[in-house]
Design a binder for this molecule. Structure first.
Ligand SMILES: [Ca+2]
Ligand SMILES: [Ca+2]
Length: 303
């Protein structure tokens, strides 16, 4: 009888613990933010990206490119393995996990995907220093295709929205070329928005992010307007990153606790740099290995 009573008490305690854990929600990427909240915020403030009508290098996704690339383990030359056969099936073997590993996309992949369903924005959510939340949106293009001296395979671009402690939007950083750690700051009230979705002009070929036509330097070309109906009528690509006709926003988690495998891969997303030359330094590493990856809570890690 005593044992029964003890077992019943233990079950009650266990049920209480489980209820407590369920109420707290999941935090699979171990950043202190409930993952359901991260996903909801990412969708709520996801940008509208306007592409130039003559954009030669459209967006894609990491899976899309991996299906069109060979993987060269470090330090090369070594036998290549089909990247898609590695990612998501087994963990990266050691030579592949080396930062000197890199992808060799097939030349046709440089144009990106003509099907918007393949376009994925990669979200990174992290607690901000001093309270609030940072929402990073990373866009992936197979190629920077503008001026030969700057071109390279693998082109990661990004904007970062900052929310205050009450989760109200404060403003956003738009990354462009060397101003990309995390970018140039604009107050929320200064941004053109579609509801709560900030509008981003992606420069033709370079994919740098601008909030207005007035911000675009003479040597860049973008869609000529941030007014979405006029952009669509003028032939600009209208990429509503969160919408069902696009690939959506994928929360990548944190580098130490990824929610998708590729985010922990330290290699380079291409093998060709300026003037079409083989390069081990110009094609970038993934978002989590760039200076612009917000670490929040740490000084200098995106305020
Ligand atoms: Ca989390
Ligand atoms: Ca996170």
């Amino acid at each position: 009888m005593l044992d029964l009573a003890r077992t019943a008490r233990a079950l009650v305690v266990l049920a209480g613990l489980l209820a407590c854990l369920a109420a707290r929600g999941l935090d699979r990427d171990l950043d202190g933010l409930e993952d359901g909240l991260e996903d909801a915020l990412l969708a709520r403030f996801a940008p509208v990206v306007l592409l130039d009508p003559a954009e030669p290098a459209l967006p894609g996704s990491t899976d899309w490119l991996l299906a069109r690339s060979d993987l060269e383990p470090a330090p090369g030359p070594r036998p290549r393995v089909l990247a898609a056969a590695v990612l998501g099936v087994v963990s990266w073997p050691k030579p592949v996990e080396d930062p000197a590993a890199r992808l060799h996309p097939r030349p046709a992949a440089r144009r990106g995907s003509s099907d918007p369903a393949d376009w994925i924005a990669y979200g990174h959510v992290y607690p901000a220093d001093g309270g609030g939340v940072l929402l990073q949106y990373w866009f992936f293009y197979a190629f920077n295709d503008a001026y030969g001296v700057f071109d390279h395979e693998g082109d990661w671009e990004h904007v970062t929205v900052k929310l205050a402690a009450d989760l109200a939007p404060v403003g956003a950083w738009y990354a462009r070329h060397y101003d990309s750690h995390p970018g140039i700051w604009f107050p929320w009230t200064a941004l053109v928005r579609d509801g709560e979705h900030p509008v981003v002009l992606a420069a033709r070929g370079t994919h740098a992010s601008y909030p207005s036509v007035a911000e675009v330097p003479d040597w860049e070309r973008t869609c000529g307007t941030t007014w979405i109906p006029a952009a669509a009528a003028g032939g600009c690509g209208v990429w509503r990153t969160w919408a069902s006709e696009a690939g959506g926003v994928v929360n990548v988690g944190e580098r130490v606790a990824p929610r998708v495998p590729f985010i922990a891969w330290p290699g380079r997303w291409g093998a060709t740099g300026r003037l079409g030359m083989d390069s081990r330094s110009e094609p970038p590493r993934g978002p989590a290995f760039q200076r612009a990856w917000c670490q929040g809570a740490a000084r200098g890690g995106c305020e």
